[in-house]
Design a protein around this ligand. Structure first.
Ligand code: NAD
Length: 320
């Protein structure tokens, strides 16, 4: 089997390669060539850790496997980041394990690529202003990936903890874009594309904030109870997602569904826009991508990393 260590990923996996992998796997999902297995996520009663597996099979891209890992809140004492994951790939022809790949940076890249795919297909024509809600670890990845698929002229941002906004200002500067910190009402009315990436458990962006043609990539809500957007805003928008089952249970749409504001049938797969089977934005004023994060995304970027590592001769081989 091949082993691609975490420390090699930064030199192997470019945002463009991640984008291609995620766009392709969303298309496979929409064509019913790829499916995710039920997610396992357990509080293990040790070190306050949340541990789980996200797996799936993509018969088009031929990736089979799982991402194992989770959240260890006390990892600072070990000099490690709290989110830890590893992707294991299996040979779909034989069932033998084929690769173990460090999954930490890959998770950040695949999450950023997902919102970028949604921006490529759903941003309103002539979008100029990118609005960022959230300034944590993931926010910089999301902003960089968005700037690769669309020519923005300005970034505006808001975060519940204003002291973190320097991350957005620094990332915008790195991209050569002006940055301004604004309140949420200005963000909602001035931004043409909005990325939300926080750990919020109550709505931040309200329906009344959002004015004019807007695309919102809602990326923070990946667990039951989390919420970044007003349910009325979700109800007003044309909603797309990576996977409908996750969108209604752990994604942003869970609240509008629970309140009876939208029906499951109204939620569309982003992959169907990629394949050309759905018109996408059409005449909708507001579009939302409810990015919940699926195992197939992890497998897609891990698969690509192994290919690149083999080409570059940096994949280790181990007999198992
Ligand atoms: P982080 O801890 O580095 O940053 C957290 C962000 O959320 C910051 O902007 C912080 O100010 C804000 N925040 C913290 N507590 C909050 C609260 N109670 N209410 C509102 N905002 C709060 O985390 P990160 O790595 O940047 O990830 C951000 C979010 O994205 C997390 O919720 C994470 O679970 C989610 N995420 C989703 C996916 C996906 O595929 N959809 C993938 C990775 C991360």
């Amino acid at each position: 089997m091949y082993v691609v260590p975490e420390k090699e990923i930064a030199g192997l996996m470019t945002p463009d390669a991640a984008f291609e992998a995620i766009e392709a796997v969303f298309a496979s999902m929409a064509r019913r060539k790829a499916y995710n297995f039920p997610v396992v996520r357990e509080a293990i009663g040790y070190e306050d850790a949340l541990y789980g597996f996200k797996g799936g099979f993509d018969a088009a891209g031929l990736s089979l496997g799982l991402k194992a890992g989770g959240y260890w809140p006390n990892n600072q004492k070990h000099n490690l980041i709290n989110h830890q994951s590893t992707v294991f790939l299996f040979d779909p022809d034989t069932g033998r394990v084929s690769a173990a790949v460090g999954g930490n940076l890959l998770t950040a890249l695949r999450t950023a690529a997902a919102s970028a795919v949604s921006i490529k297909y759903l941003a309103p024509k002539g979008a100029k202003v990118l609005g960022m809600i959230g300034a944590g670890h993931q926010s910089a990845f999301q902003m960089r990936a968005a700037a690769r698929v669309h020519n923005f002229e300005k970034v505006i941002g808001w975060n519940p903890h204003p002291e973190m906004l320097t991350r957005l200002a620094d990332t915008a500067a790195e991209l050569g874009l002006p940055f301004e910190a604004v309140e949420l009402d200005r963000l909602g009315s001035e931004a043409d594309v909005i990325i939300s990436i926080t750990s919020a458990f109550s709505p931040l962006l309200m329906d009344s904030h959002v004015k004019g043609p807007t695309h919102i990539a809602a990326m923070g809500t990946d667990t039951k109870g989390k919420q970044e957007l007003d349910a009325a805003l979700v109800a007003r928008a044309r909603v797309f997602t990576d996977e409908v089952a996750q969108s209604i249970s752990i994604g942003e749409a869970q609240h509008a569904i629970a309140q009876g504001l939208i029906a499951e049938e109204a939620i569309n797969e982003l992959g169907a826009v990629v394949t050309g089977d759905h018109e996408g934005r059409g005449d909708a004023e507001v579009t939302i991508f409810d990015g919940t994060g699926v195992g197939l995304q992890d497998l897609a970027v891990a698969h690509k990393s192994v290919e690149i590592a083999k080409q570059k001769g940096v994949a280790l081989t181990v007999e198992i």
